[in-house]
Design a protein. Sequence first.
Length: 281
Amino acid sequence: MLKQRVITAVVMAAVFLSALVFLTPFTFSLFVAVVVIYAGWEWSELSGLSNTSMKLSYTLSVTVLLGLAGYVLGLSTTAPLHAGVGQTLMGWLAPWWAIALLWVQGYPSSAVLWGSRGLRGLMGFLVLVPAWVAAVILMYSEHGEWLICIVVLIVAFADIGAYFSGRKFGKHKLALNVSPKKTWEGLLGGVVANFLFVIALGAFLKLDSINQWLMLFVLVMITVLASVLGDLLESMVKRHRGIKDSGNILPGHGGVLDRLDSLTAALPVFTLVFIYSDFQL
């Protein structure tokens, strides 16, 4: 099982890095859209849609919403994105995660607010579409490839730190009713790992002012917390649905959503904070 997980992880990393390096911002956006659309198919199952035609309809709805978002952004092969539109979209869409936090904290009682198939479907739109919009905005930004890499590395270090710290020291449950294995000690391990990442990244970027260091620290730590929330939200919906994994397309890992859950929150939150902090690489 471990060997299978490692092989799959290596293949995913190779595909991601190849897309990041060799694709243009436009084609990279399309590549991510395909991944998100497939994640939409998996979310249709989390929503409780068991009929294939209903699942296809939901997946088509995700596709249409991505197309509309791309149109509003002015996504094209040559022109830059429409100035200010991305900032406005993130300002509207990213804050929904504050509501998600309240739902996760209140589970299982909160299920009365979102547990119906229709509301779980709406939740999927709010999880998937802003994540894609954020990826597009970052990719079209100056040093876009580096920005995408930074978000992915933040999530990776949070996961690695949480895994080892949780295994060694984990005692106090973070969200017992949502994900019994997650602990506060694991969360702290992810924070510490990213604190070291901040130091390494700041040194690499040659930051020369306290203000820049502080902005980088805040940007990374808020993203760490958002990534944990994204993970917990999907865990909550899966628990409510009574399933362990969102799918089985990735050997040893489960479904696409099982790999992207942290990024679905980390990407829009990182992008929103990055835009308003005016932090520069």
